[in-house]
Design a protein around this ligand. Structure first.
Ligand code: GDP
Ligand code: MG
Length: 439
């Protein structure tokens, strides 16, 4: 993929004590090919490469102490600039409600993203109302209602026979009745851009005067995604783009071209089908990720979201007082899992992304799932006092969780070892100051 190829070019530069103009030219030729192969718009590639080349062959770079690093820095900065430079946030109207129209082709992920965006807003203590204005696709209204129920967010609809523009207009009244501060309008898409779809969207825009028109595009469609964005922007005037399915096997070209071609910022990226799989788009972080410089900031953000500070403190207290139980263990496990797949997280660490051995690391999700199942098969008393788990209880737990007795034994042993370690640790730190020896 793009990332691997760019990383190998950067690796070559990084090691060099001296970098010549020819080295830069050679590197840029490879960067150019990598970008084109990743389906980045060719005009964008041309401009990008010439900018980097111009800056990289400058005297201060090649004559610096770390020319290889400096060239990489230039590539990183230009990639960041290409994707819009600064992060572009969701608009908030000066006076509520903020009105957001979700547009795009069929299957791009509009309805899913509408739900994800509502979830994102909920986390910031906003009160979104969803409007189901896709009356063409069978079950589209139901799809949004299901998401609404799941998120506990109200959904406005007028059934399948109503006019989408009317739905949006009346939803606006409902926003006030429900005391909401955001209105997210899910609209219909077609398989291809067509005039009647565009006309309907234009009429809706006219009537509800949205603060934000977000185009949802599928990253997997590469160059097509950029063409679609150009088209919608010309017809409707977009305020931002959401790039979905970036978790899939995409070549990444769309992420790099959208801003340059349409001048519309990417505001969010979709990283999966679940409601929490939406991330604000940070050009700087994306560039670092592509160049294999790690994405520690996103990792920290996720950890902060997943780990409740109060709970962490409580946990520490329990560890120290040795009242740590399987209930606590389970809770901890859930927090770790809510941060997303472990492989994903590891790949965000600098240097780990391209490590070949990652797959052999075997911290697989299935394993975690089994551990969870074992703990869930314990009775409350067993979770609190694992020492009462005798042979017959072990058998029952194994049966209940669908694993073998040896696996149950292993977990109990590991838990016991962990507690012993905590004991050691807490006695070490308790008397820490007194026992500390000088040199
Ligand atoms: P719409 O026709 O534009 O409303 O598209 P939908 O929201 O119905 O989504 C179409 C399909 O894409 C569904 O199966 C979604 O689960 C899936 N989908 C949407 N966003 C993402 C994403 O970010 N990643 C993945 N893997 N699938 C997605
Ligand atoms: Mg839909």
């Amino acid at each position: 993929g793009l990332s691997e190829r760019l990383q190998s070019v950067m690796q070559k530069l990084r090691g060099k004590g001296k970098v010549t103009e020819n080295d830069v030219k050679e590197a840029m030729r490879e960067v150019r090919l990598a970008l084109l192969e990743a389906d980045v718009n060719f005009k964008v590639v041309k401009q990008f490469v010439s900018r980097v080349r111009e800056r990289a062959v400058g005297q201060e770079v090649l004559k610096s102490l770390t020319p290889g690093q400096q060239v990489i820095k230039v590539v990183d900065e230009e990639l960041t600039r290409l994707m819009g430079g600064e992060q572009s946030e969701l608009v908030q109207a000066k006076r509520p409600p903020t009105i957001v129209m979700m547009v795009g082709l069929q299957g791009a992920g509009k309805t899913t993203t509408t739900g994800k965006l509502a979830n994102h807003l909920l986390k910031q203590n906003h009160r979104p109302l969803l409007a189901a204005a896709d009356v063409y696709r069978p079950a589209a209204i139901r799809q949004l209602q299901v998401l609404g129920e799941q998120l506990k967010v109200p959904v406005f609809s007028l059934g399948e026979n109503a006019d989408p523009v009317q739905i949006a207009k009346q939803a606006l009244v409902q926003v006030n009745d429900e005391d909401c501060d955001y209105l997210l309008v899910d609209t219909a898409g077609r398989l291809h851009i067509d005039e009647s779809m565009m006309d309907e969207l234009k009429r809706m825009k006219e009537v509800i005067q949205p603060d934000e028109i977000l185009l949802v595009v599928d990253a997997m469609t590469g160059q097509d995604a950029v063409n679609v964005a150009e088209n919608f922007n010309r017809e409707l005037g977009l305020t931002g783009v959401v790039l979905t399915k970036l978790d899939g096997d995409t070549r990444g070209g769309a992420a790099l071209s959208v801003k340059a071609v349409t001048d519309c910022p990417i505001k969010f990226v979709g990283m999966g089908e679940k409601m929490d799989a939406l991330e604000p788009f940070y050009p700087k972080r994306m560039s670092s990720r592509i160049l294999g410089m790690g994405d520690v900031l996103t990792l920290i953000d996720r950890a902060k979201e997943a780990i409740d500070e109060e709970k962490a403190k409580e946990l520490e207290r329990k560890m120290r007082s040795q009242s740590f139980t399987f209930d606590d263990f389970l809770e901890q496990l859930e927090q770790v899992r809510s941060m997303g797949p472990l492989e994903d997280m590891l790949s965000m660490l600098p240097g780990v992304g391209k490590m070949k051995g990652l797959k052999n690391l075997q911290i697989d999700e299935k394993q975690l799932g089994r551990v969870e199942a074992i703990i869930r098969s314990m009775t409350p008393a067993e979770k609190q006092k694992p020492e009462i788990i005798n042979a017959s209880r072990r058998k029952r737990i194994a049966l209940g969780s669908g694993v073998g007795v040896p696996e149950v034994n292993r977990l109990l042993k590991q838990f016991d070892d962990m507690k012993k370690m905590m004991k050691k640790f807490s006695s070490m730190t308790k008397g820490g100051k007194k026992k500390k020896k000088g040199f």
